[in-house]
Unconditional design. Structure first.
Length: 108
Protein backbone atom coordinates (compact mmCIF):
# COMPACT_ATOMS: atom_id res chain seq x y z
CA UNK A 1 0.00 0.00 0.00
CA UNK A 2 2.30 2.73 -1.26
CA UNK A 3 1.10 6.20 -0.39
CA UNK A 4 3.80 8.60 -1.48
CA UNK A 5 5.29 9.55 -4.80
CA UNK A 6 8.73 8.82 -3.31
CA UNK A 7 7.72 5.28 -2.45
CA UNK A 8 6.60 4.69 -6.02
CA UNK A 9 9.92 6.11 -7.30
CA UNK A 10 11.89 3.94 -4.86
CA UNK A 11 10.06 0.78 -5.97
CA UNK A 12 10.57 1.65 -9.64
CA UNK A 13 14.29 2.28 -9.07
CA UNK A 14 14.71 -0.99 -7.16
CA UNK A 15 13.02 -2.88 -10.00
CA UNK A 16 15.85 -1.71 -12.26
CA UNK A 17 18.76 -1.86 -9.78
CA UNK A 18 19.62 -4.55 -7.27
CA UNK A 19 21.05 -3.87 -3.80
CA UNK A 20 20.95 -0.08 -3.59
CA UNK A 21 22.17 2.07 -0.71
CA UNK A 22 20.25 5.09 0.59
CA UNK A 23 23.03 7.29 -0.72
CA UNK A 24 22.61 5.85 -4.23
CA UNK A 25 18.84 6.33 -3.99
CA UNK A 26 19.32 9.92 -2.86
CA UNK A 27 21.54 10.68 -5.85
CA UNK A 28 19.32 8.92 -8.37
CA UNK A 29 16.04 10.39 -7.16
CA UNK A 30 17.43 13.81 -6.21
CA UNK A 31 15.68 13.72 -2.86
CA UNK A 32 17.04 14.53 0.56
CA UNK A 33 18.37 11.64 2.60
CA UNK A 34 15.90 11.90 5.50
CA UNK A 35 12.86 11.81 3.20
CA UNK A 36 14.16 8.72 1.44
CA UNK A 37 15.09 7.08 4.73
CA UNK A 38 11.55 7.52 6.09
CA UNK A 39 9.99 6.21 2.88
CA UNK A 40 12.30 3.20 2.68
CA UNK A 41 11.55 2.40 6.33
CA UNK A 42 7.82 2.53 5.57
CA UNK A 43 8.28 0.23 2.56
CA UNK A 44 10.29 -2.15 4.73
CA UNK A 45 7.52 -2.17 7.37
CA UNK A 46 4.98 -2.90 4.61
CA UNK A 47 7.08 -5.86 3.47
CA UNK A 48 7.92 -4.49 0.02
CA UNK A 49 11.61 -3.76 0.67
CA UNK A 50 14.24 -5.80 2.50
CA UNK A 51 17.35 -4.39 4.18
CA UNK A 52 20.65 -6.26 3.83
CA UNK A 53 23.49 -5.28 6.17
CA UNK A 54 26.69 -6.11 4.31
CA UNK A 55 29.07 -4.84 6.98
CA UNK A 56 29.27 -2.10 9.61
CA UNK A 57 29.63 0.57 6.89
CA UNK A 58 27.33 -0.65 4.13
CA UNK A 59 23.61 -1.32 4.15
CA UNK A 60 21.65 -1.88 0.94
CA UNK A 61 18.04 -2.49 0.01
CA UNK A 62 16.22 -4.70 -2.47
CA UNK A 63 12.66 -5.63 -3.30
CA UNK A 64 11.30 -8.54 -1.29
CA UNK A 65 10.12 -10.03 -4.59
CA UNK A 66 13.78 -10.86 -5.33
CA UNK A 67 13.73 -14.42 -4.04
CA UNK A 68 17.37 -15.31 -3.45
CA UNK A 69 20.04 -15.31 -0.77
CA UNK A 70 23.39 -13.52 -0.80
CA UNK A 71 27.07 -14.36 -0.63
CA UNK A 72 29.24 -11.47 0.64
CA UNK A 73 33.01 -11.62 0.23
CA UNK A 74 34.63 -10.58 3.49
CA UNK A 75 37.66 -9.20 1.61
CA UNK A 76 36.37 -7.27 -1.42
CA UNK A 77 32.71 -6.89 -0.29
CA UNK A 78 31.45 -8.26 -3.61
CA UNK A 79 27.87 -9.53 -3.34
CA UNK A 80 26.49 -12.43 -5.34
CA UNK A 81 23.00 -13.87 -5.49
CA UNK A 82 23.00 -17.50 -4.35
CA UNK A 83 20.39 -20.09 -3.49
CA UNK A 84 20.87 -21.82 -0.16
CA UNK A 85 18.97 -25.04 0.57
CA UNK A 86 17.92 -25.13 4.18
CA UNK A 87 16.87 -28.21 6.10
CA UNK A 88 13.33 -28.36 7.36
CA UNK A 89 12.90 -25.71 10.02
CA UNK A 90 9.50 -26.75 11.28
CA UNK A 91 7.29 -23.72 11.79
CA UNK A 92 10.12 -21.24 11.50
CA UNK A 93 10.25 -18.90 8.54
CA UNK A 94 13.41 -17.51 6.99
CA UNK A 95 13.26 -14.21 5.15
CA UNK A 96 16.82 -14.28 3.80
CA UNK A 97 20.20 -15.91 4.24
CA UNK A 98 23.56 -14.14 4.02
CA UNK A 99 26.64 -16.31 3.59
CA UNK A 100 29.99 -14.67 4.22
CA UNK A 101 33.42 -15.86 3.14
CA UNK A 102 36.09 -15.34 0.49
CA UNK A 103 35.15 -15.19 -3.18
CA UNK A 104 37.21 -17.10 -5.75
CA UNK A 105 39.06 -13.95 -6.89
CA UNK A 106 40.19 -13.10 -3.34
CA UNK A 107 41.37 -16.66 -2.72
CA UNK A 108 43.74 -16.50 -5.70
Amino acid sequence: MRTSNYQTQIIDFLRQHHLVSLSELSQALTADFSTLYRNVQQLEAQGEVRKLVLNSKRTVYELTSHQHDHFVCTDCQRVEAVHVRLPSLGRRTVSDVVVRGQCEACQA
